[in-house]
Design a protein around this ligand. Structure first.
Ligand SMILES: Nc1ncnc2c1ncn2[C@@H]1O[C@H](COP(=O)(O)OP(=O)(O)O)[C@@H](O)[C@H]1O
Ligand SMILES: [Mg+2]
Length: 242
């Protein structure tokens, strides 16, 4: 379970004349997320990534607090990062090793000390996800979809209880998006996923809509997505941009 208790983020900004102002990135977020799969939707710059990053301590709230499975990421960032795995939009930002096998082995380093066991376990995890054949291939030669599934396998190898996924399908084609959606569906972990992929959002248990740092809608996936489409169409008609 993930709880936001009045969580907010205000940052100092200085313009080119040195004039100071405070900008509110997130404002008084109150949420109790107990559903297994939750999507966060909203226009660019709404605060989606910031909201996700408060769950594993990559961003510290300047007001209120976040409690994820009993852990306050500000007080215990190491534990928060271990329990909440983060998936980036571009898997290249997180695959640090040259092959899928080496990358998953690296994720297992804390848990499995023995090298041969770690190797076998990494291969098993990749094989279970249908990636056994590409385990030793260069990560540069993988398709975007394969890369994202390798990133997911690597993150899962740490045995997190929460998966934070930041627009994980944005760079994927339709088939790979569908594959990732299915992989998400099978996970036991709680998933908090920001996305512009409204099909992915609609397949979740609950959707939160964020605009300008505030929650503007929250509820069953289909309904929130339908209202979001209406709002965005209205805003486009009215010439709203940012
Ligand atoms: N540390 C920061 N300092 C200043 N501005 C920030 C900081 N972090 C995020 N922002 C701004 O806050 C807004 C929300 O960012 P973000 O959470 O990345 O939105 P989203 O993921 O919905 O596109 C953006 O306008 C971004 O430029
Ligand atoms: Mg973002």
């Amino acid at each position: 379970m993930i709880e936001f208790r009045g969580a907010g983020l205000r940052v100092d900004e200085y313009d080119i004349d040195g004039a100071h102002r405070q900008v509110t990135i997130l404002d008084g977020i109150d949420l109790v997320l107990s559903e297994r799969r939750v999507a966060v939707i909203g226009p660019n710059g709404a605060g989606k990534s910031t909201l996700l990053q408060m769950v594993n301590g990559l961003v510290e709230p300047t007001s209120g607090e976040v409690i994820a499975d009993g852990v306050n990421p500000v007080q215990d960032p190491r534990r928060a990062r271990r329990q909440a795995g983060y998936i980036f939009t571009d898997p290249r930002s997180q695959l640090v090793m040259s092959t899928p096998l080496a990358d998953v082995e690296l994720s297992l380093r804390q848990r499995i000390r023995n090298r041969a066991q770690r190797h076998q376990s990494a291969l098993d995890l990749l094989t279970r996800r249908g990636l056994g054949d590409i385990a030793a291939r260069s990560v540069h030669d993988l398709s975007g979809g394969e890369r994202q599934l390798v990133a997911l396998t690597s993150v899962l190898a740490v045995e997190p209880t929460i998966i934070l996924a930041d627009e994980p399908t944005t760079l994927l084609d339709l088939r790979n998006r569908e594959q990732l959606r299915r992989a998400f569906e099978e996970l036991d972990q709680q998933i908090l996923c920001s996305t512009h992929d409204l099909e992915l959002a609609a397949s979740m248990d609950r959707v939160i809509a964020v605009e300008s740092g505030r929650i503007v809608d929250d509820g069953p996936a289909g309904e929130v997505v339908a209202r979001y489409r209406e709002r965005m169409t209205r805003q486009a008609d009215a010439g709203v941009s940012r």
